[in-house]
Design a protein around this ligand. Structure first.
Ligand SMILES: CC(C)(COP(=O)(O)OP(=O)(O)OC[C@H]1O[C@@H](n2cnc3c(N)ncnc32)[C@H](O)[C@@H]1OP(=O)(O)O)[C@@H](O)C(=O)NCCC(=O)NCCS
Length: 197
């Protein structure tokens, strides 16, 4: 796909756009991702909260179709805590229906209790990125990242970070290709950091 065909637009917490992002999220993320198990309504609420609290969010369009999105910001973990509190019962039911996530959350909690939770140097974080990719659509992820970095540089931010699940080799290769460097590893994730110049 010609890069000029990818149009980057702000991702607002608009109901119609959130609906499109929700269905793209469900298409792209496999069932290994807890949020991919959310029903549409819960996922809409998740994105609404994220988009209302993140400082940088964009989506990629090809013609009228949303083919990718990126959400970045600071303290987005607090948004997740708020979401977990607000939808506690629904999340517990989902966890009980999908026990492997229950085990994963339990192990995460234990690790945090035993070892002091490691903290990244970067407050600015790429929270979520996803793009459609096949032989006809290429370069969407890179375009989204380039757009984010341009914005961060303009804001005087010199580095930012992200975490990715250890088994998500596709995303790990993508991040390495784009110049991210490993910061540290936890039981579940690899933390990457990237300096901007
Ligand atoms: C990870 C993801 C966003 C990458 O986006 P993408 O649109 O496929 O990547 P691009 O086409 O822009 O590729 C950019 C560069 O990374 C390279 N790259 C992408 N995926 C790669 C892979 N699996 N292995 C090696 N290199 C890869 C490309 O070759 C390209 O390099 P180039 O600039 O030299 O040509 C996309 O695959 C995705 O949505 N994955 C599922 C969701 C996910 O896991 N998100 C991240 C965790 S939050």
């Amino acid at each position: 796909m010609n890069k000029t065909e990818i149009k980057i637009l702000p991702l607002t917490a608009d109901e119609n756009l959130i609906g499109k992002i929700t269905s793209l999220h469900k298409q792209i993320f496999d069932k290994d991702h807890f949020t991919a198990r959310f029903d549409e309504k819960l996922l809409n609420k998740y994105f609404y909260l994220l988009l209302s609290n993140s400082s940088y969010k964009i989506c990629a369009f090809k013609d009228q179709e949303v083919i990718g999105y990126l959400i970045a910001g600071e303290k987005l973990d607090n948004v997740l805590k708020k979401f977990s509190k607000e939808y506690f019962i629904r999340l517990i039911i989902l966890l009980l229906k999908n026990p492997r996530f229950l085990l994963e959350k339990f192990l995460g909690l234990m690790t945090r209790l035993i070892r002091k939770n490691k903290k990244s140097k970067a407050d600015m974080r790429l929270f979520l990125i996803a793009s459609k990719h096949d032989e006809n659509i290429k370069g969407v992820g890179k375009t989204l990242i380039e757009n984010l970095e341009k914005h961060l540089i303009e804001k005087g931010i010199t580095f930012y970070g992200l975490s990715v699940r250890k088994h998500n080799q596709q995303a790990i290769n993508f991040y390495k290709r784009l110049g991210f460097i490993e910061e540290f590893i936890t039981h579940k994730s690899i933390y990457f950091i990237k300096k901007l110049s």
